[in-house]
Design a protein around this ligand. Structure first.
Ligand SMILES: [Fe+2]
Ligand SMILES: [Fe+2]
Length: 270
């Protein structure tokens, strides 16, 4: 199956089943074609993006002993995973000139994102809320509409959102463990381990594709679009180890921690 055909199926299909269907092996990239710009992903009616402020907010961790709140958390995270998957498809279609090795790597990450979406959707349904029963937002998808090149993508999705998720996955693993939601906690650890590879992929390709005279820090920061900024690439509890495992240098991590501290002094700016 051609990468382009797979990306189109993920992005434009209007059933979840089709969007989460695995690529048919072998994967080829013989005709990436010309750039295809897609403004909105195809989705089933019950997963179409809701109007602003209609989607539920993430419930407080103290409420997770209630099945309804736990299911809501998984429902929200299933939509995060689905948006990540759709953005990757959007990028493959919008920037067909990227190296085949990069595009092949994206396919393997998309396979993980399909699995993550399914894991959250399944457990949300088991807990009483089938995926699509609650309104869903488009926060992450919207951030991808300003990508002008592949470096914008690498700065935003793998190095900011997935970087932040290195912390969030562990925070939620703890919240779920605290209320003995063992299965939920296990899912978060699985996603955490995959996320380390996803951040490593972003790190590797930013290093490969950035102008050689730019440092990794300067390349990353120069491709973040406000209000996204370095301090947004971390959760409430900063974890050093997964960032080292993803290949980030200690120097880069120190600058990141510095940016978080400085941002806190300035106060919220969004
Ligand atoms: Fe994921
Ligand atoms: Fe990921």
């Amino acid at each position: 199956m051609e990468i382009k055909a797979f990306a189109k199926r993920v992005l434009l299909s209007e059933t979840l089943e089709e969007k989460l269907k695995n690529i048919d092996l072998p994967i080829t990239d013989e005709s990436p074609g010309s750039a295809l710009i897609v403004d909105e992903p195809g989705r089933p009616d019950d997963l179409k993006f809701a109007a602003p402020r209609k989607a539920p907010a993430m419930p407080k961790p103290s409420s997770f002993q209630e099945a309804h709140c736990l299911a809501t958390a998984h429902h929200i995270m299933a939509n995060h995973e689905l948006q990540a998957l759709e953005i990757m498809a959007r990028v493959l279609l919008a920037f067909p000139e990227t190296p085949t090795e990069f595009r092949q790597g994206m396919i393997s990450i998309m396979h993980d994102e399909q699995r993550h979406t399914q894991l959250h959707a399944n457990i949300s349904a088991t807990l009483g809320i089938p995926f699509g029963q609650l309104p869903v937002n488009c926060y992450i998808w919207k951030k991808s509409s300003v990508f002008e090149n592949i470096l914008d993508y690498l700065a935003c999705l793998p190095l900011l959102f997935e970087g932040c998720n290195l912390d969030h996955t562990l925070e939620f693993e703890n919240y779920f463990s605290d209320v003995d939601a063992t299965q939920s906690a296990k899912i978060m650890r699985t996603i955490h381990n995959d996320e380390i590879r996803h951040v490593a992929f972003g790190w590797h390709w930013l290093n490969e594709l950035k102008p050689p005279e730019l440092s990794m820090w300067d390349a990353w920061v120069s491709h973040l679009k406000w209000p996204l900024r370095p301090s947004k690439a971390a959760g409430d509890n900063f974890n050093l180890q997964p960032r080292l495992e993803a290949g980030m240098t200690r120097e880069f991590i120190e600058r990141l921690q510095q940016a978080i501290e400085n941002d806190e002094e300035i106060g919220p700016q969004t």
